[in-house]
Write a protein that binds this ligand. Structure first.
Ligand SMILES: *[C@@H]1O[C@H](CO)[C@@H](O)[C@H](O)[C@H]1NC(C)=O
Ligand SMILES: *[C@@H]1O[C@H](CO)[C@@H](O)[C@H](O)[C@H]1NC(C)=O
Ligand SMILES: *[C@@H]1O[C@H](CO)[C@@H](O)[C@H](O)[C@H]1NC(C)=O
Ligand SMILES: *[C@@H]1O[C@H](CO)[C@@H](O)[C@H](O)[C@H]1NC(C)=O
Ligand SMILES: *[C@@H]1O[C@H](CO)[C@@H](O)[C@H](O)[C@H]1NC(C)=O
Ligand SMILES: *[C@@H]1O[C@H](CO)[C@@H](O)[C@H](O)[C@H]1NC(C)=O
Ligand SMILES: *[C@@H]1O[C@H](CO)[C@@H](O)[C@H](O)[C@H]1NC(C)=O
Ligand SMILES: *[C@@H]1O[C@H](CO)[C@@H](O)[C@H](O)[C@H]1NC(C)=O
Ligand SMILES: *[C@@H]1O[C@H](CO)[C@@H](O)[C@H](O)[C@H]1NC(C)=O
Ligand SMILES: *[C@@H]1O[C@H](CO)[C@@H](O)[C@H](O)[C@H]1NC(C)=O
Ligand SMILES: *[C@@H]1O[C@H](CO)[C@@H](O)[C@H](O)[C@H]1NC(C)=O
Ligand SMILES: *[C@@H]1O[C@H](CO)[C@@H](O)[C@H](O)[C@H]1NC(C)=O
Length: 395
């Protein structure tokens, strides 16, 4: 294990945050996992806002052991933040990012300025702080919705849906599925539909009083258990460059570049945040072997969960990364292990992971056997690995 002693304060942090409570998504087809986002609720906005306050208390508080050196704690310096969110369909992910930022940098009268003519002006809403968020539409690039319209991912779903693991789970889940059917309002009760079943029940249980009064909570717990099993298979693979890991493979490049850039002398960005769905968490914990020492993180992360990759520099000048996780409203960031270590050098992280990542649209097209949709039609495939599929990355 590397020496984890650090000179005081972090250099920066890369965050992945899950969106907050929402209304149902449009049905996530078990054969394709194509779906459209739902809408953030006031409850979800509160969850994200509180996550922002938690992160403020962790990273922007000079008294905290995880304080980020040199970061503005009161009036935001927008150059110190890099925030991205998937903007497709409903608003749940993009608005979650805004709510989180409102907790991270709350309104402050210190944003007040004096104009040339002497007039004093405070921003609206008592000094609201405007932080730019780079929103990525579905049609702009596949990186934040990389599993959709990815043919090899659909082949992976096909193998799972007809494979022995799901056959066994179908048998184990049969009594649950039978018991829950009267509450499903006609939704298909096949185990293959387990994500939609859980999501429907969870949304109803949270927002529908009649449902809440009639539905046995134990069935919700079982739904969560089986949905965890289901999604854990869908968003992992036997190898770290497998297509089942695609949700994290397209996020890694920005994460590693952000960490790398934080080591450069002229760098300004100290917090790089990507607001996402539950999917990349599952893949991330699998590819880093974090689940070996913490088996209970292999399921779905709750709403407003966060993963933090904390970058520090030790007394020898080496840059190290620690991975921490807060599951929804838990009140602490727990340290996870990268391949058995509480912290590894940035160089080691990059050398372990970089080869498995998908860092551009054209590489995504190859990794998915997609030549038409999602911007893939502009590339030249005459040398393509489709003619020799074993050479395609990640199949
Ligand atoms: C998949 O979902 C996206 C965004 O929700 C949509 O634009 C696209 O048309 C869908 N594709 C299919 C094949 O349904
Ligand atoms: C505004 O800035 C001053 C001086 O920098 C500081 O003492 C004060 O705490 C700040 N106000 C708030 C609300 O943080
Ligand atoms: C339910 O979904 C399964 C798996 O997708 C499918 O095989 C089955 O035909 C569906 N049942 C109904 C009644 O649509
Ligand atoms: C609320 O739940 C009840 C009982 O399950 C159901 O009949 C009703 O359709 C639900 N309402 C909505 C808006 O989904
Ligand atoms: C900094 O980020 C850019 C992309 O934004 C990337 O190309 C470059 O490799 C990164 N630098 C380091 C040292 O990681
Ligand atoms: C990663 O996922 C694969 C496929 O589901 C599984 O076989 C493997 O045990 C997982 N690895 C870890 C470290 O959890
Ligand atoms: C998960 O496991 C960790 C230790 O491995 C433990 O601290 C934590 O309480 C567990 N969480 C749950 C929800 O069981
Ligand atoms: C998060 O906590 C929920 C219970 O609230 C649990 O079902 C789930 O497996 C946990 N997920 C992770 C990734 O720890
Ligand atoms: C990750 O965990 C698996 C067991 O799931 C093990 O076979 C593999 O050697 C581990 N990888 C590393 C790099 O430690
Ligand atoms: C992107 O990935 C490709 C293929 O894995 C690799 O050859 C290339 O160097 C990577 N580019 C960057 C900027 O990391
Ligand atoms: C990739 O797609 C092409 C059609 O575009 C198809 O002919 C080929 O069989 C596919 N390869 C695999 C391995 O599915
Ligand atoms: C596509 O690539 C092939 C092989 O590299 C090349 O011969 C051909 O000219 C290219 N086609 C176009 C339209 O650029």
């Amino acid at each position: 294990m590397v020496n984890t002693s650090t000179s005081a304060g972090l250099v920066g942090v890369v965050l992945l945050a899950r969106h907050g409570d929402r209304l149902s998504t449009v049905y996530q087809d078990p054969a394709t996992y194509n779906s459209t986002q739902g809408y953030l609720t006031p409850f979800g906005a509160q969850q994200e806002y509180q996550l922002g306050q938690f992160l403020r208390n962790t990273y922007l508080n000079p008294g905290s052991p995880s304080y980020i050196k040199g970061i503005n704690t009161n009036v935001v310096d927008v150059d110190q933040l890099y925030v991205r969110a998937d903007a497709g369909g409903g608003d749940v992910i993009l608005d979650s990012a805004y709510a989180l930022l409102q907790g991270l940098y709350p309104p402050t009268p210190n944003g007040t300025i004096t104009l040339a003519n002497g007039q004093v002006v405070t921003p609206p809403l008592g000094g609201y702080q405007y932080v730019p968020v780079e929103s990525l539409e579905y049609w702009q690039a596949p990186s934040l919705t990389s599993w959709m319209e990815c043919e090899y991912f659909q082949a992976h779903l096909g193998r799972l849906n007809s494979g022995v693991v799901f056959k066994d789970l179908t048998a184990t889940a049969a009594p649950f599925l039978e018991a829950v059917t009267p509450y499903l309002n006609g939704l298909n009760n096949s185990f293959l539909n387990m994500w939609n079943i859980y999501d429907y029940l969870n949304v109803q249980y949270t927002h529908n009083k009649t449902f809440y009064n009639n539905f046995p909570k134990t069935l919700l717990d079982q739904a969560r258990y089986f949905a965890n099993q289901h999604e854990q298979n869908v968003f992992t693979d036997s190898v770290i460059n497998g297509v089942g890991q695609i949700a994290i493979r397209t996020l890694w490049p920005e994460m590693l570049w952000s960490l790398g850039n934080m080591t450069l002398p002229n760098n300004k960005v100290k917090i790089a945040l990507t607001e996402v769905d539950y999917k990349p968490f599952i893949s991330l914990f699998n590819v880093t072997n974090a689940t070996v020492t913490n088996p209970n993180i292999s399921g779905i992360a709750d709403y407003a969960s966060v993963v933090a990759l904390e970058l520090s520099q030790d007394t020898q000048g080496q840059y190290n990364v620690a991975m921490k996780f807060k599951n929804g409203t838990d009140n602490e960031l727990r340290t996870l292990q990268f391949w058995g270590s509480n912290s590894i050098s940035l160089d080691k992280l990059v050398s372990s992971i970089a080869w498995s990542t998908i860092n551009s649209t054209v590489n995504w097209c190859f990794s998915c056997n997609q030549t038409v949709l999602r911007g893939c039609s502009v590339f030249n495939y005459s040398n393509d690995p489709f003619l020799n599929p074993t050479s395609a990355t990640g199949y």
